[in-house]
Design a protein around this ligand. Sequence first.
Ligand code: GAP
Length: 516
Amino acid sequence: MQQEDLFKKLTAHSKEYGYIFQSSEIYDGLSAVYDYGQYGAELKNNIRKYWWDAMLLLNDNIVGLDSAIFMHPEVWKASGHVDAFNDPLIDNKDSKKRYRADVLIEDYIEKLEEKINKEVGKAAKRFGDKFDEAMFRQTNARVTDLAERIGNIIKRFVEASEKSDLQEIRQIIVDCEIACPVSGSRNWTEVRQFNLMFDTKLGSVSEDASKIYLRPETAQGIFVNFMNVQKSGRMKIPFGIAQVGKAFRNEIVARQFIFRMREFEQMEMQFFIRPGDEPQWYEFWKEKRMRWHKALGFDENKFRFHDHTKLAHYAVAATDIEFAFPFGFKEVEGIHSRTDYDLAQHQKFCGRKLQYFDTELNKSYVPYVVETSIGLDRMFLTVLAASYNEEKIKKENGREEERVVLGLPPALAPVKLAIFPLVKKDGLSEISQKIRDDLRFDFSCQYEEKDSIGRRYRRQDAIGTPFCITVDHQTKEDETVTIRYRDTMEQERVPVGKLREIIGEKASMKKLLQSL
Ligand code: GAP
């Protein structure tokens, strides 16, 4: 299946099965804003819990926080967001489409990298076991030429970004002959900066009101509470503060479903360390966060690191954990070495000391910070995209049938088990409901008695329910049921009394956390 088709199907599936709806859909929707439906809200809660518990339960030195969305306007001056939280925009005069200039350049670089990989792949096939990839990359004229071009573009782009030289950024687009994907023309406007923060007014009388911002990241709530948490919790460096909450960005090029939204949720953790210790903590968190992603059991080749060439105004080192979405490898999470930039800035702007007295070193300093920052919605999309499968299966009558299955990791699945009476009569419904009532304290259960068993299985497959339990006449005789496994479609007869253990073993968050 074409990846584009896959993405369209995934979007349609999310709506059909109550995962994601367009915001205010009955009024034709609000662009880049989405609501989570009955299953979406549960899946989101489970992903949030997986992150929160991995941070707080598994680390003695990380504590949580829930800071307000509105903050003093000076916060955003100190953090640099008022001056520097901009996207460079460019319009195509023919299609009237607007693009982020940096993304156009990054996509172009990615295409050149793909060309190199193709050359390497072809040569590997040609030379077989004797192929020396490193040597080939160093000596093949076409590859070295492409690599040199990439190096030059990156160098120009980084320099232009550092100097905020918008003319040069436009010139790179012109020199690379980048065309508008819609019109195919190279008829570009100038590049302009656009600040991404939403603002509103605080206070009821507009003339007296002061402008405040909807936070564009949750991290600043952590920085401004650094002293509060450190003192009240008697925290010793190194320690972390984690928080989950809404963030808002007036994204100009908002597309690709919930990948880029205007209102979204972030899960961020700031890890406060001694100055000088940042290289090892940066590596530590890179590795730890990648392990968190891979523990979900999806194809490991779909995750990779991508180091930033253009660093945000606060970072000295930054990498993304990228996932292979149907529209290519894209960022899910960022790991940033932020130095003492934020705390030092707040110290300057608020006029109070934001320092830690290190008893071992017998001195005070402004701690350095390594941050992990992941979008909850983007992680949701990662989980959905990695789980969505269309399969051809053979029915008992020999006919082929297609099933759509969401192979969600059982610990994250919104419904853990569905319980069906084989028929509605002979007391089977009552027995099924009794089993449901017994298990509902441990797992989210669903009781379903409409339609044939086959149709009930298909619906639960589409929702992503990992276990279906069928109660039949034999249950009345020996207190056993069949458990049907979503991924293999295998069925097994088991005692009712064993269900809690079997499902708990395979679907508990505890098991998932223990695997980290
Ligand atoms: N505090 C650092 C920070 O905010 P970021 O790279 O701008 O860094 C972190 O954002 C994460 O937040 C991203 O990796 C992404 O998962 C998520 N994110 C950012 N902008 C988003 C948007 N418009 N829609 C959905 N998720 C977004």
